[in-house]
Design a protein around this ligand. Structure first.
Ligand code: PEP
Ligand code: MN
Length: 363
């Protein structure tokens, strides 16, 4: 990254950007409060560091050694406020603020009635954001693939229900995008675009989703290390979109673990990732455990580990849910979970300024 002098002129900054472009690279320009910082995006081998150090207005050229750079704390210190996380505003909700946020809803949208009933229940239980899968990643082609898979008309209708439910109960909405063909359609209806664990490595999908300029919820692949996870978040940041919510959702279990938990919830990854990046990290206790009887404990543990929020699957009749019925909890259980999490958070941060996760401002 290039750190410009405090008194660098607009012409000098423009000149640096042009030089970067001349090399076939892209520039990530940050206008900080005191100075501008410019990051290189592209093939590192092409960068003549010494040349840039001599350009007028340049204070110094710093090499970020990490493979991920734009999402690193090292880079973020030039433009992020001194908060622990980047604050991502979605409608009236702030993710990464002083209080944890709760995303809740069904694994899959099954009908308009089911969605609206769950939306109302999770709102009452204290959730801030509504989730609902419309295009479901499934291990078997013979299982329910989500209403979006039926046809384009049904996909639009279902997305519309999600939008209406969010508006009616004043919650921003999130749903997963499974393929590039769905990006334009889904982005027209929802506030947060989710990339599922299985697609974390799809760099073309990440790029296309990032360009929608809407917050992206990126789930960690169950086989990905922290460095890889952040390196793929970098594909989103490289499009100038830094509104990225990282989600730890469990990694592959060892031995006979799979008999007991669906995945292994890597909670140490939460504070470890948070040391590396300014992006907020949330936890999914539903997919990581695959067991409704573990969701309460792991939710509490996630908040204790420093998670900026949770994403939890809820159904009024968990056993009858069309997808992931073993892990859905009821809205009463969600309420107990949220209440406990907020108490834990308060215990851990007694001096935190009291700003609520939701504000009355119109977003
Ligand atoms: C989901 O959140 O709906 C989901 C399928 O999760 P994951 O991508 O983590 O498996
Ligand atoms: Mn699910």
């Amino acid at each position: 990254m290039i750190i410009m002098k405090k008194d660098a002129t607009l012409e000098q900054i423009t000149h640096v950007i042009e030089e970067i472009k001349r090399l076939g690279l892209r520039a990530d320009v940050i206008q900080g409060e005191y100075r501008s910082v410019i990051g290189f995006i592209g093939d590192e081998r092409k960068i003549p560091f010494d040349h840039f150090a001599t350009l007028p207005g340049v204070k110094e050229v710093v090499r970020v050694e990490r493979p991920y750079k734009l999402v690193s704390r090292e880079y973020g210190k030039f433009f992020e406020s001194p908060h622990k996380y980047r604050r991502i505003k979605v409608g009236n909700v702030t993710i990464g603020g002083s209080e944890p946020i709760f995303i809740a809803g069904p694994c899959a949208v099954e009908s308009k009635k089911q969605l609206f009933r769950i939306a109302e229940e999770v709102k009452t239980a204290g959730a801030h954001i509504l989730r609902g899968g419309i295009f479901k990643p499934r291990s078997s082609v013979h299982s329910f693939q989500g209403l979006g898979a039926i046809n384009q008309k049904k996909a639009e209708e279902t997305l519309n229900w999600l939008r209406q439910a969010g508006d009616m109960f004043q919650m921003p909405v999130v749903t997963e995008i499974r393929g590039e063909a769905q990006v334009d359609l889904v982005a027209d209806y929802v506030d947060i675009l989710q990339i599922g664990a299985r697609n974390m490595y799809d760099q073309d999908l990440l790029t296309k989703v990032a360009r929608k300029k809407k917050p992206v919820l990126l789930k960690r692949h169950f086989g990905a290390g922290i460095e890889e996870f952040l390196s793929f978040a970098e594909y989103i940041a490289a499009e100038g979109n830094r509104d990225i919510i990282l989600c730890e959702r469990g990694i592959l279990p060892i031995g006979k673990g799979k008999e007991y938990t669906r995945y292994t919830l890597d909670l140490a990854a939460v504070p470890a990732i948070q040391k590396e990046t300014y992006l907020p990290v949330i936890v999914d206790p539903s997919h990581s455990t695959g067991r409704r009887d573990l969701v309460f404990n792991m939710s509490c543990a996630a908040i204790a580990a420093g998670a900026a929020g949770l994403m939890i699957e809820v159904h009024y009749d968990p056993a009858e849910a069309l997808v992931d019925s073993q892990q859905a909890i009821t809205s009463d259980e969600l309420k107990d979970t949220i209440d406990a999490c907020l108490r834990i958070h308060k215990l851990m941060h007694p001096k935190a300024a009291k700003t609520k996760a939701t504000s009355d401002e119109k977003g």
